[in-house]
Design a protein around this ligand. Structure first.
Ligand code: V55
Ligand code: FE
Length: 537
């Protein structure tokens, strides 16, 4: 096992960024808190260092920097929050701490917020994750880590220093009594679920995590509390080694193995059934040669195929089988199940690059049409020893991204899924005709047993972020409960509202809307924790 340096093991810091037109996330953290000195290195600003200034255009639209760490007791509520909702909706996304040269939205620092819902009241709180880079940047009062997952253009004061580049800006889950805020290039950051204080900026399962990285999309088995997870580029930049492991609910690693990928690139999410783990290797290639020219970590290489790799849980990584398919962009899993020896994985899948800020390697222009994602079922019958390709079936006509399911069914057979979608039959407010993309105007519920859908439409002036599912009761049937998610009011500068939708009456409008008095940063992913599972105050 590779030993982590003491510095990375336990210190803190941060980072930030500025904006481009398409960026859907905001900027940096309040520079108020002076962070701990990471590893004894001082990043104190030089006398007369430049004042912080974001370009004015950064603040336009819904994606500018937010930067405010909020404590808002008793939010304004329209409608009535069902009295059986007791829990917390957590969300995380990039929010620039300081202006950044490239304005890649995913380069903002992880900002975590929490809507605590209980007895018909809602309290809102948000805090930046005190990552090692956040703290270093706060102390320096400027950005030090400059380009998305590219170490070659870091500030000389931190280049090669033993400071985690992780932003903790991608996903947040509740595990082992802690919130884990995650970025796939580094170990998780642990935050207190009630105060959102950072309690460990480099969590390695007590040193047992062998990988230098950890995905933002671990999976949990609700029956056992077990986590199943992985880290790619696990032995360092551009390595083809992926660490796969599971650990029990108390944080003890119980299974681990290493696998090799066909080519090095983004392994964003993965799939876990009761029997298998599966990986999708998509054509976002890691290109160190391009990084040295200032490019971000990934370049979309339209000459590459997509590979689907399957391994039995508990197995030895050398037994993993790779199955080939045409080049596709697919980042998130809705649900996974196996029937006999056949594994099924449902993902949103597009023909081409879905991230306008990740460049196309061969110079083709970004194409919004091939960026549209459709729910697609990948499958492979593992009893067939000679097959070399996986199968694909497009499941529904809706376009969207960020699919979710009833999280109680993760790793188990499932029937119901949810996804933010763009319904082209719904009107768009005349004042929004200038928008380059149709807003994400709906949450769609998918019933795979009947292949039917139902839809919540948010209105002609709003755009929806990812939703999370809240069970109506602890033992309510699959998919019976509520969706919670943020709507940005596009005619109000993107002001944020939390909408609460009954999944049995998707088309009835929200049962309640929680008004924030401002626009919060955009989330990437969120997580629901039931009040019974939260620590007692
Ligand atoms: C994603 C998000 C990321 C990232 C890589 O949704 C992939 C996909 C917010 O950061 O670094
Ligand atoms: Fe993700």
């Amino acid at each position: 096992m590779k030993k982590k340096s003491g510095t990375r093991q336990q210190s803190s810091s941060g980072s930030g960024e500025s904006i481009n037109r398409r960026k859907f996330m905001g900027t940096v953290a309040a520079a108020a808190g002076v962070g701990a000195v990471a590893g004894g290195i001082s990043f104190a600003p030089a006398a007369g260092a430049a004042a912080v200034h974001f370009p004015a255009s950064s603040y336009l639209g819904g994606n500018g920097p937010f930067r405010i760490e909020a404590d808002l007791r008793d939010c304004d509520i329209e409608g009535e929050i069902p009295s059986n909702i007791d829990g917390a909706f957590y969300r995380v996304g990039p929010d620039f701490q300081y202006p950044a040269p490239k304005g890649i939205p995913f380069d903002g620092e992880g900002h975590v917020s929490m809507f605590r819902i209980k007895d018909g009241h809602v309290d809102f709180k948000s805090r930046y994750a005190r990552t090692q880079r956040y703290d270093a940047q706060a102390e320096a009062r400027r950005r030090l880590f400059n380009v998305y997952r590219n170490p070659f253009f870091d500030d000389p004061t931190v280049r090669g220093a033993n400071i985690s580049r992780g932003t903790a800006n991608t996903h947040i889950v509740y595990y082992n009594g802690k919130m884990m805020a995650m970025k796939e290039d580094s170990p998780p950051v642990l935050m207190d679920p009630l105060t959102l204080e950072t309690v460990n900026n480099y969590y390695t399962w007590n040193g047992e995590l062998q990988s230098l990285t950890h995905t933002a999309h671990p999976k949990f088995d609700i029956n056992t509390g077990e986590i199943i997870s992985f880290g790619y580029e696990g032995k360092g930049l551009d390595t083809d080694d992926v660490y796969v492991f599971s650990a029990d609910a108390r944080g003890k690693i119980t299974w681990s193995t290493w696998i090799k990928v066909p080519y090095v690139g983004m392994l964003h999410d993965f799939a876990v059934s009761e029997k298998y783990v599966a990986f999708l290797c998509i054509p976002f290639a890691t290109r160190v040669d391009k990084m040295k020219e200032g490019w971000v970590h990934f370049a979309w290489d339209n000459t590459l195929p997509t590979w689907f790799g399957v391994l039995e849980r508990g197995g030895d990584g050398k037994d993993l089988r790779w199955f080939k398919g045409p080049g596709r962009c697919a980042t998130h899993v809705m649900g996974t199940f196996s029937e006999g020896n056949t594994l099924y994985v449902d993902m949103d899948m597009a023909l081409g690059n879905q991230f306008p800020f990740f460049p196309n390697l061969h110079g083709e222009p970004f194409d919004p049409k091939t960026a549209s994602g459709y729910l697609t079922r990948l499958s492979v019958d593992l009893s067939k020893k000679n097959i070399t390709e996986y199968s694909m079936e497009k499941l529904y006509p809706q376009t969207g991204a960020l699919p979710r399911q009833d999280d109680r069914y993760v790793t188990h057979p499932y029937r119901i899924g949810f996804m933010p979608t763009s319904d082209p039959t719904k009107p768009l407010n005349a004042k929004l005709g200038h928008l380059p993309f149709r807003p994400t105007n709906s949450y769609t519920k998918f019933d795979h047993a009947t292949r039917t859908t139902s839809e919540f439409w948010v209105g002609d002036d709003s755009s929806l972020q990812e939703c999370c599912f809240v069970p109506r009761h602890r033992n309510s049937p699959e998919g019976d409960g509520y969706l919670v998610g943020i709507a940005n009011r596009l005619l109000e500068g993107g002001r944020s509202d939390l909408v609460i939708v009954d999944t049995q009456q998707m088309d009835a409008g929200p049962v309640a809307t929680v008004h924030l008095p401002y626009r919060s940063y955009s989330q990437v992913h969120g997580w629901w924790v039931s009040g019974e599972d939260l620590p007692k105050t």
